[in-house]
Design a protein around this ligand. Structure first.
Ligand code: ADP
Ligand code: MG
Length: 154
């Protein structure tokens, strides 16, 4: 199933991600595709806010993974940018199959680690502040999430 939305600024992206957070579940993996500056971390901030996580979310580029345990459900935020397909086993399975929602920036760099089921989100800049956000679910549980997400703004 596929669905898309256009946001006109950073706040709209965060607000939408916040809404999505209402339907996240333990074990969900969210793949965030998009170039540098597309809005992947911005999206994650909105999601975290919706999960009632008060800590600051920033790009985990230098940490690869950051964990947040104080929200409604645990959030594991992975940025695979620096892994660039070098296939080291650094134990990311612990988060990808962990007891929380796992958000992955640059999932294309860890293709070989990705699970069978996920919600893929592609963020495409249309102009300075406009983004086309496409959500693709590939299993029944994420289909259900998308069914709810489709009601956004109605
Ligand atoms: P990424 O993690 O994909 O590299 P960031 O979220 O760190 O990107 O940065 C996105 C940048 O784009 C931020 O400076 C943000 O303010 C800006 N921006 C402008 N419009 C939007 C929008 N509609 N949605 C998300 N970010 C936006
Ligand atoms: Mg980022």
């Amino acid at each position: 199933m596929e669905w898309q939305i256009i946001t006109k600024n950073e706040q709209e992206t965060q607000k939408f991600a916040n809404y999505l957070s209402k339907f996240t579940f333990e074990g969900q993996v969210i793949l965030l595709y998009g170039d540098l500056g597309a809005g992947k971390t911005t999206f994650t901030k909105g999601l975290a806010e919706g999960l009632n996580i008060k800590e600051t979310i920033n790009s985990p580029t230098f940490n690869i993974v950051k964990c947040y345990y104080k929200g409604k459900i645990n959030l594991f935020h992975i940025d695979a940018y620096r892994l660039e397909n070098n296939k080291q086993d650094i134990g990311l399975d612990e988060y990808i199959y962990g007891n929380g929602v796992c958000v992955i920036e640059w999932p294309n760099y860890i293709d070989y680690l990705l699970p069978k089921n996920y919600l893929a989100i592609n963020i495409l800049p249309l102009s300075k502040n406009k983004r086309k956000i496409t959500l693709i679910s590939n299993d029944t549980k994420n289909d259900e999430v998308l069914e709810e997400v489709k009601k956004y703004g109605l």
